[in-house]
Ligand binder design. Structure first.
Ligand code: NAD
Length: 290
């Protein structure tokens, strides 16, 4: 089992050490999160980010805005954060209410403060292997999990299920790079892929980010493959006090029989996302004073 919670804790400790080193130079890294509306999942996620930020000794700010905010008001909030010297990185929590244009908001963020790595400048840098940009936290976390679990990626066949801009596509770009911890042969599958099991059974490393509970079964996995489950799905469970529980995209019991390594949900990729976001913010702060 790949223990994402433990690896994320180690990264948060490393971040805290970097923050302490920066404080000697008179700088405290600052991360702001803009939360528009009160989507319950986003609210929990933003609270966790804030807690992790403070825990690492960083300056954490949550900017709460009403769901009724106009596009212009939101863009002017982004401008304020771009200009704020105490904030080295920030993000606007997605999804946004439907009347707001998320792409325009992302493009307005100063790429040097875009610690989510969604601005086209950072996406481009990631694609050409320029390490000077920011890589989105979730796929960066998956790469870190593989590296810290001693998974060989060089020349291995990595099959990714999902092609979203926040997970699948950046994941493919990362694993493709001619860099240590990457160098894989990459196949990307998606909702229009025919005969999905034919691809998944050929994977040495399988990264599943489809957002479909239990979609990857054991009979779709090559014996000995490494399986990374990015999915987070809420399913009904009458035995749970809340009436539901979280499961991944991987049918855990059947896949654990064949995989050599597997991430659980929860406790796998999830905790890595915040840890990598903190690391990106420290990097933004370091660049701001170098
Ligand atoms: P998305 O809905 O934007 O994209 C899902 C992708 O999966 C699409 O590209 C689609 O083509 C593909 N897909 C869907 N069903 C498929 C099928 N049956 N066969 C093959 N491909 C299929 O979702 P996303 O934002 O990329 O997130 C994916 C999952 O990862 C979700 O469960 C999400 O909650 C989770 N997630 C977790 C974290 C984390 O921190 N662990 C972060 C981001 C997303």
């Amino acid at each position: 089992m790949i223990d994402g919670a433990a690896i994320a804790r180690t990264i948060r400790e490393e971040v805290a050490r970097d923050v302490a080193a920066l404080s000697v130079r008179g700088m405290q890294p600052g991360l702001a999160v803009v939360l528009v509306g009160d989507d319950p999942a986003s609210t929990v996620y933003v609270r966790n980010k804030d807690k992790a930020c403070t825990g690492a000794g960083m300056h954490g700010v949550t900017v709460r805005l009403p769901a009724s905010i106009s596009q212009q008001q939101l863009l002017s909030q982004v401008d304020d954060l771009n200009a704020d010297p105490a904030i080295h990185g920030f993000l606007v929590q997605m999804p946004l209410p439907r009347h707001l244009d998320a792409d325009a908001v992302i493009r307005r963020i100063d790429p040097k403060k875009d610690v989510d790595g969604f601005h086209p400048v950072n996406v481009g840098k990631m694609l050409i292997g320029d390490t000077d940009g920011f890589v989105p936290a979730t796929p960066a976390g998956v790469r870190e999990l593989l590296a810290r679990s001693d998974v060989e990626t060089d020349g291995q066949h990595c099959v990714i299920i999902g092609r979203s801009n926040i997970v699948g596509k950046p994941m493919a770009a990362i694993m493709l790079q001619n860099q240590p911890g990457a160098n894989a042969t990459v196949t990307v599958c998606h909702s229009r892929t025919k005969s999905l099991p034919e691809f998944t059974r050929r994977a040495d490393i399988l990264i599943v980010a489809a957002g479909k509970a239990n979609m990857l079964r054991g009979d779709m996995v090559k014996p000995g493959a490494v399986v990374i489950d990015v999915g987070i799905n809420r399913v009904n469970d009458e035995s749970a006090p809340s009436g539901h529980r979280l499961v991944g995209d991987v049918e855990f019991d059947s896949v654990r029989e064949v995989a050599s390594k597997l991430t659980p949900v929860p406790g796998g990729v999830g905790p890595m996302t915040i840890a990598m976001l903190l690391r990106n913010t420290v990097r933004a702060a370091e660049r701001a004073i170098s």
